[in-house]
Design a protein around this ligand. Sequence first.
Ligand code: MGD
Ligand code: MGD
Ligand code: SF4
Ligand code: MO
Length: 703
Amino acid sequence: MTASTHYRACHLCEAICGVAVEVEDGRITSIRGDAEDPFSKGHICPKALGLQDVHEDQDRLRRPLRRAGGSWREVSWDEALYEAVERLARIQRQHGRNAVAVYQGNPTVHNYGALLFGQLFAKVLRSRSLYSATSVDQLPHMLASLLMFGHQLLLPVPDVDRTDFFLVLGANPVASNGSLMTAPGIEGRLKALKARGGRLVVVDPRRTETAALADLHLPIRPGADALLLLALLHVIHGEGHVAPGRLTVFTDGLGAIAELVSPFTPEAVAPATGLEASAIRGLARDFAVARRAVAYGRVGVSTQVFGGLCAWLINVLNVVTGRLDAPGGAMFTRPAVDLLAFAGRIGQRGHFDKGRSRVRGLPEFGGEWPVATLAEEIETPGPGQIRALVTAAGNPVLSAPNGARLDRALPGLDFMLAIDIYLNETTRHAQLILPPSFGLEQDHYDLVFHSLAVRDTARYSPALFPKDPGARADWQILGGLASRLARQRGLKTRLLCAVMNRLGPRGLLRLLLRTGPRRLSLAELERSPHGVDLGPLEPCLPQRLFTPERRIALAPQPFLDDVGRLRARLSVASSGLQLIGRRDLRSNNSWMHNSARLTKGPERCALQMHPEDAAARGLAAGQRVRVRSRVGEIVAPLQVTSDMRPGVVCLPHGFGHHRDGIRLGVARQRPGVSLNDVTDDADVDLLSGNAALNGVSVEVSSA
Ligand SMILES: Nc1nc2c(c(=O)[nH]1)N[C@H]1C(S)=C(S)[C@@H](COP(=O)(O)OP(=O)(O)OC[C@H]3O[C@@H](n4cnc5c(=O)[nH]c(N)nc54)[C@H](O)[C@@H]3O)O[C@H]1N2
Ligand SMILES: Nc1nc2c(c(=O)[nH]1)N[C@H]1C(S)=C(S)[C@@H](COP(=O)(O)OP(=O)(O)OC[C@H]3O[C@@H](n4cnc5c(=O)[nH]c(N)nc54)[C@H](O)[C@@H]3O)O[C@H]1N2
Ligand code: SF4
Ligand SMILES: [Mo]
């Protein structure tokens, strides 16, 4: 019998916890936290066990599948790659390059091979029809970074370990383990903040697991955060708390902000936000006078109708109070692989509104279109219509707004290719599925989340299991598609493919580390299986700015212009119910519901509602209720709880595993319903194009 312990980073969420995996005779016998990881210090969450469950899952696909009528047949890799490229190339020849669209999903950012070779594939495909989970997620934060700091990836991270005042808007890190804030063991970090006398304030329509820890919870009306932020800024300006400190000399637009916020008194925004003017005033003062403070917002403020304004105003609040680039404030990382410096050097800092989508006229961002427009671009005939789709690590039928519409649109494509480990709600529409090997069979370096971490750290994990000989990694699939397509392109493209495929992700990583700001070698990282600590975040402005003069643009025109749309919101009395989402610690978007260990226990896909709202509708806990929106309806069990703000109801996303033709035996037994069958693809942040998944108008009645 051979037993060994393998140390690696969990790649399931942004926390990148170190795990210690015991293996005996090629089988996992336990997974626990790696106590020697200098960053996560032994912390893990229940999902870490999911690494084993997905790895061993009999439903996970191992060989390419080709659909023949209603059934699937295994085909060889060569046959599958050949056919995929033939069909994509033919459609591009017949209908133009943009007729083939690509959608890249969330696991791509947790998989450095998929990330690097996904870029290569998209480049070789030369289609402008690019989509990703970005536009149902963090796009507004990226837009704010692009317009204010000159680079879409220069995202500030809350320095949670050193702050005295943590203002959290629309995030629930205790359940999500943190986002755009890699901080493994966040609950412990929040408790440490309180233990050192600091304060935690949470703004959220629901009393979340994070709000339950807070000193103050402000149950805001969905979609009203931008108004709250303007009122906070109003008080800060009115009461003489503006103190940008060293930022002043390289910040433009301080005067414009002072002028902008003057009408937004706490009294003026109180009705629309549903918060007391005195509470808003108190919060502004407390934030301003705290020794070290930081405002931070996530999915609840980015996936709403004013997502862009929220992301911008959070940055503004941090700047005018001198909290940007200051310890305990909103800081920037200096990671071992500095993707943004690399992208900046080759002139890719990002761009915005270089074009408008064909059907609805929503803006381009970073070379992508909002995924809220994908269904209409497939359905609407005319030049530029999407005829084929490649999905890679994405499940937009469950993750995009009005996913049911996409579900109906996908069969209308001439061809669909999916690169995915499961036959699920989205991939069932493909003609070909190319399944990559799963995480434990791949080496891992977190290109993205080391760049968003509250401490600079680096960790390289070799593959735990040898890849089974017939399997391919994401990068090999994407690289294989790219090099086959490149045969029909010019010499430069063919060379690029040849070089990248030759180096592979590991070779590229070695180069990126060597040329990065820390000049690390891969060998050094390999000698440190628990990861290396590179120190706390340090002030780096103005040098780190990518704006032409290295100045912060505090008041970019697109944001100023969008405030008019917000002003109109002041007087709209919202009636009826607004639907928001939630995340559960044991779930991970749509794709970990096939783990029996993670899905056992109480029903998680239930609608939460305040007792007053339930009474007003004659509804009782446990009964089944119908949730209806403009675009559809779903039926879910009701949970009555005073954790909800009256007028707001809540359901998690990522469920709805009842659809025909999926191969998810465990998930099917407790399918739940898809929140995105009622979210509306017409609801977007008009400024950024990001989906407004939260704050959807619904009616709820007995089913
Ligand atoms: N209503 C509502 N909708 C939401 C959200 C919300 O809060 N509310 N959140 C949004 C957010 S933040 C996000 S990021 C999106 C996510 O949106 P998506 O990325 O579209 O959805 P996921 O559920 O993450 O699906 C991931 C897919 O990747 C596959 N997969 C897993 N690992 C791998 C791998 O290593 N390689 C490959 N090739 N495939 C793999 C899975 O089988 C699954 O099909 O959902 C969004 N949708
Ligand atoms: N367990 C688990 N962890 C995950 C994921 C998962 O699915 N499960 N997904 C991962 C992904 S892809 C991401 S992007 C991150 C997201 O990480 P978070 O942003 O922390 O995740 P959420 O739990 O969706 O938190 C959003 C909060 O916004 C609130 N909210 C909704 N509408 C509004 C509003 O109008 N205003 C305000 N102020 N709040 C509002 C919701 O009630 C919710 O508590 O989590 C990641 N981690
Ligand atoms: S919090 Fe859980 S899912 Fe996220 S990295 Fe840590 S163990 Fe993995
Ligand atoms: Mo996300």
